[in-house]
Structures are given as structure tokens and as C-alpha cells.
Design a protein around this ligand. Structure first.
Ligand code: PEP
Ligand code: MN
Length: 264
């Protein structure tokens, strides 16, 4: 079902007038984690003002260590849904377990599967029947074939609205947090009809690299971007402040993309 051989036309995912995969560049921006109602409201206003269409924010956080901040949970989901409604933005949030799919689907417009859960097959099966579009992140050590097979689980369950997200893979290089595999963008678009989204924030782990790698992703043909932005990145509750853009950088980047888009 994911293969272009059996489905030559691009899949376009339409949510409240936003078309993902239809040729318009879709931008998802926001903090790594929903921290408080004020934080997500302030950031949503900035995301909207910059011209993005989707507010990102994790309520359930997949942390490497069990003693790190684990997210604001259902309260965070509610805070983000309110901010999205108030600022007229779609919302995307990560779901980590099958039990939480229904509640996440109730509050968010798009459900995200994190890199660590790409092969959580029970979760993928449950997402096949959740009724909401899914952004599936590539496992940080997964091949394209494994990635497309993971998408296949969701499609096979009856959900045709799946986006593929390249978020960086593990290589021998340690200067960057991950290595953003830009080739994934055209390769996945050749192999599949599903929209391809790039995540230069997790893909590099370094704020100063997010702007150039966003532009490179657009040049490579990405259908959209998911970018971390925070009003106070030095005090963010996850370690991802170091890769979060400041609001001004985010707004300037989106202005640059408007100039870039017609040229590529
Ligand atoms: C995130 O989007 O904040 C996140 C945890 O992403 P990933 O699964 O790519 O690490
Ligand atoms: Mn993050």
C-alpha cells in the first residue's frame, strides 16, 4: 500500500484546508514539550504569526532516561488543543502507547510516532484505526525498507493518511546529534506516494544547523518541515533547547522559504 508501483499519484492529506503532499510546503513548529498553558499559548501565537500551519508539542515525551521530565501528559494535550484552537493552527503530538491513541486522537489533529517507536507494531496497528493522520518518524537505525514496512502497518489497518518523516539517523559522526539523511527525501518520494517531512531539529541537534538544513530539505523536495522553536530555549524542560530556534530565527527562516520555494 505504501509503494508507488501500485499507487502512482501522490497522496495528499487534507486537514481543515491544509493540504500536505499537494505541492504547498507545510510547516510544523513549536516546542519539544508542552510545558505550561502560557508557554504553549505564547509559542502558538508566534508560530501562527510566522505563517506556519501546524503547532507541534509533545505531551508524552519518550526520554532516554527514566528520571528525566516525562511530559505533562493529558493536561498538556488539553493545553495544546486550546492553543491550537485559539490561534487557528492544526496540532501534532506524539503518542507512545496503544492505550493513549484514543485520547491523543481526541485532542490532536495529527499523531506523531517517534523514532524510538517506529517498530512498535502494536502501536502502529492501533493507529491504523484511529481516524487521524499519522506522522511516522524513521527509526534512527532503520533502513528505508524497514521504514516503509512500518508505514505499511498503519495503511494496512485502514488509515491511508500517513506522512513519512526523516529525523536523522545514527552514524559514526558525533558532532551532530544525528545525521540528517537528505537522500531519504527523494528516495522515499520515488519509492512511495506518501508525503515526506523533514525534521532538521532532531536531524542535527544544533540550532545553528537548523536553518541551512531546512533550506537543504526544501531544495531536496520535502513536502513539509517539523521544526522546534522555543521562547526560552535555555530553560526548556527537555534537553532539546540547544536545537530549538528562537522565535525571530523561526520567523526569518519562514520568510526566506517563501523566497526559496518558487525557485526550486
Ligand atoms: C520530538 O519530536 O520531540 C521527538 C522526541 O522526536 P524523535 O522521536 O525524532 O526523537
Ligand atoms: Mn524534541
Amino acid at each position: 500500500l505504501a509503494s508507488r508501483d501500485f499507487h502512482p499519484e501522490n497522496t495528499v492529506i487534507s486537514i481543515n484546508g491544509v493540504n500536505i503532499g499537494g505541492g504547498e510546503l507545510v510547516i510544523m513548529g513549536g516546542p519539544c514539550a508542552v510545558e505550561s498553558a502560557t508557554q504553549i499559548d505564547e509559542i502558538a501565537a508566534l508560530v501562527k504569526a510566522a505563517g506556519a500551519q501546524v503547532l507541534r508539542g509533545g505531551a508524552f515525551k519518550p526520554r532516554t532516561g527514566p528520571y528525566s521530565f516525562q511530559g505533562t501528559g493529558v493536561e498538556g494535550l488539553i493545553m495544546m488543543a486550546e492553543a491550537g484552537k485559539k490561534h487557528d493552527l492544526l496540532t501534532i503530538t506524539e503518542v507512545m502507547t496503544p492505550e493513549y491513541v484514543d485520547i491523543c486522537a481526541e485532542y490532536a489533529d495529527i499523531l506523531q510516532v517517534g523514532t524510538r517507536n517506529m517498530q512498535n507494531f502494536d502501536l502502529l496497528r492501533k493507529l491504523g484505526t484511529c481516524g487521524k493522520p499519522v506522522l511516522l518518524k524513521r527509526g534512527f537505525s532503520s533502513t528505508y525498507d524497514e521504514f516503509l514496512n512500518a508505514a505499511e502497518y498503519i495503511l494496512a489497518g485502514g488509515n491511508p493518511n500517513v506522512m513519512l518523516c526523516e529525523r536523522g539517523i545514527r552514524t559514526f559522526e558525533t558532532y551532530t546529534r544525528n545525521t540528517l539523511d537528505l537522500s531519504a527525501i527523494p528516495v522515499l518520494q520515488q519509492l512511495s506516494h506518501l508525503p515526506v517531512i523533514s525534521d532538521p531539529s532532531h536531524g542535527t541537534g544544533r540550532r545553528e544547523l537548523v536553518v541551512p538544513m531546512t533550506k537543504a530539505s526544501v531544495a531536496a523536495g520535502a513536502d513539509g518541515l517539523i521544526i522546534e522553536m522555543h521562547t526560552d530555549p535555555d530553560n526548556s524542560m527537555t534537553g532539546d533547547g540547544v536545537q530549538s530556534l528562537f522565535p525571530d530565527q523561526f520567523a526569518d527562516l519562514l520568510k526566506d522559504l517563501e523566497l526559496l520555494a518558487p525557485a526550486v
